[in-house]
Design a protein around this ligand. Structure first.
Ligand SMILES: Nc1ncnc2c1ncn2[C@@H]1O[C@H](COP(=O)(O)OP(=O)(O)OP(=O)(O)O)[C@@H](O)[C@H]1O
Ligand SMILES: O=C(CO)[C@H](O)[C@H](O)COP(=O)(O)O
Length: 409
């Protein structure tokens, strides 16, 4: 049987098999055939006559899938660098591939950027008058099929959205990794994709902070004007509110970044109040706590063991509800003066999934040059990275021979 076009370079692992077609081919997929036939890897224009059912048993190679959602310029890449560092090894684009690939591969992890599932290129979006945040500019059927295939141990030919040219480039081969991270605008938008996630994170950056970060990057580093930055944020806002922001209700962990409350009427956006909102009852994930699990705590750690300059540091912890879910919230307002003293804070946190005393502090010191290393964004991203490692290890340890069925149209 011919494989579906979207998997023309597929390689099944030993736990997977293909069985007979069950459905008729949809017009949508025919379009994909044409698209893929432009690739040098793909030879069978229109030959993918039928859908097929792939059945895999959850063997050693089953991929754990993590979703990371945020608007553009909200720290996804920085978070990914912290996460892959927790697993060790450097993350690099696929060797010998498209130099504009958005994918990052390390020993344990493959990070794919969901911009690669834009169905409309830059010109196409302009012609249709839609933004990249609009679902109509994205191919959720293909995203679902490919994430499902990877989760089942099947390699896929994933498209590439080229941010340099604004075009859709020929696809690249993605093999199933141990941990697949899908990062971008819509990892939790489509219910089918959402259901494939073993853990999901939303980076919720308040408008004030987003603006400050954009200015820092796009004005200081890319030469954009203040007006153009503001105009671009304003132009995206309706679609951001409609399609991106609502995904946070589905996230297992949300990192919320707000202006500080320690400086009255602060409008500089340099000192941040960061909240780590952790859903209760998520399989393989137990929220971090401060001092005493389930209590409500407010803690100012500044003093003999932690150097703080103005405006100081304040931690809070306690139970709450978030979109109707029971959550635990850990909050840090302020910034660290000396990262080596972070060990003092670390030693008062529990359930942090470290492998040795001081691992959080070590990770933070290792990446002291990353944005947010002196505040709650870096601290909480590091903690979430450790929790993901723990989740992965628990899932790997609890693997059973339960068959996992993946249906591919
Ligand atoms: N925690 C942080 N503290 C301060 N600034 C930050 C932080 N995280 C990110 N930034 C700022 O935002 C910029 C974008 O960060 P990053 O590249 O990680 O975001 P991104 O979501 O991957 O962006 P894009 O989607 O546009 O590639 C950084 O260059 C930096 O200026
Ligand atoms: O929101 C985005 C995700 O990063 C980008 O704006 C979208 O991918 C379109 O990219 P470009 O502006 O390079 O055409």
């Amino acid at each position: 049987m011919a494989a579906c076009a979207v998997y023309t370079s597929q390689s099944l692992n030993s736990t997977c098999s293909i069985s007979t077609p069950t459905k008729t081919h949809l017009g949508f997929h025919q379009k994909q055939v044409v698209f893929y036939s432009a690739s040098k890897r793909t030879s069978k224009r229109g030959s993918s006559s039928g859908p097929c059912v792939i059945t895999c048993s959850a063997g050693d190679s089953q991929t754990v899938v993590i979703g990371l959602a945020a608007d553009s310029g909200c720290g996804k890449s920085t978070f990914m660098r912290r996460l892959t560092s927790v697993f060790g090894g450097a993350a690099e684009p696929p060797k010998g591939g498209n130099p504009d690939s958005n994918t990052l591969i390390s020993d344990m992890t493959t990070v794919i950027c969901l911009d690669d599932y834009h169905s409309l290129d830059r010109t196409g979006r302009k012609e249709k008058g839609v933004t990249a945040l609009d679902p109509r500019a994205n191919d959720f059927d293909l995203m679902y099929e490919q994430v499902k295939a990877l989760k089942s141990g099947i390699a896929v030919d994933k498209p590439i959205y080229n941010h340099v040219t604004g075009l859709l480039d020929p696809p690249e081969l993605i093999k199933p990794p141990k941990i697949l991270v899908i990062e971008g605008l819509h990892p939790m938008f489509d219910e089918r994709v959402r259901d494939l996630l073993d853990f999901s994170i939303y980076l919720d950056i308040s408008n004030e902070v987003k603006f400050a970060w954009k200015i820092q990057r796009d004005m200081a580093e890319r030469g954009h004007s203040l007006e153009s930055i503001k105009a671009s944020i304003d132009a995206r806002k309706p679609d951001f509110d409609a399609y991106i922001d609502p995904q946070k209700q589905y996230a297992d962990a949300v990192i919320e970044v707000l202006p500080t409350q320690l400086i009255p009427d602060d409008n500089e956006g340099k000192v941040l109040r960061v909240r780590l909102i952790m859903k209760e009852g998520v399989k393989h994930f137990s929220p971090v706590y401060l001092f005493d699990e389930g209590s409500s705590i407010s803690w100012i750690p500044c003093g003999r063991k932690l150097t703080c300059s103005y405006p100081g540091i304040k931690f809070s912890y306690g139970p709450d509800t978030y979109f109707g879910h029971e959550v635990s919230v850990l909050e840090m307002d302020g910034q660290f003066d000396r990262l080596d003293e972070l060990i003092y804070v670390e030693s008062h946190l529990s359930n942090i999934s470290t492998k040795f005393y001081g691992e959080i502090t070590q990770q933070m010191l290792k990446h002291a040059d990353f944005p947010g290393s002196n505040n709650g964004t870096g601290l909480f991203q590091t903690i979430v990275g450790l929790k993901i490692r723990d989740l992965y290890e628990q899932i790997s340890a609890s693997k059973t021979a339960t068959p996992l069925e993946a249906t591919k149209a």
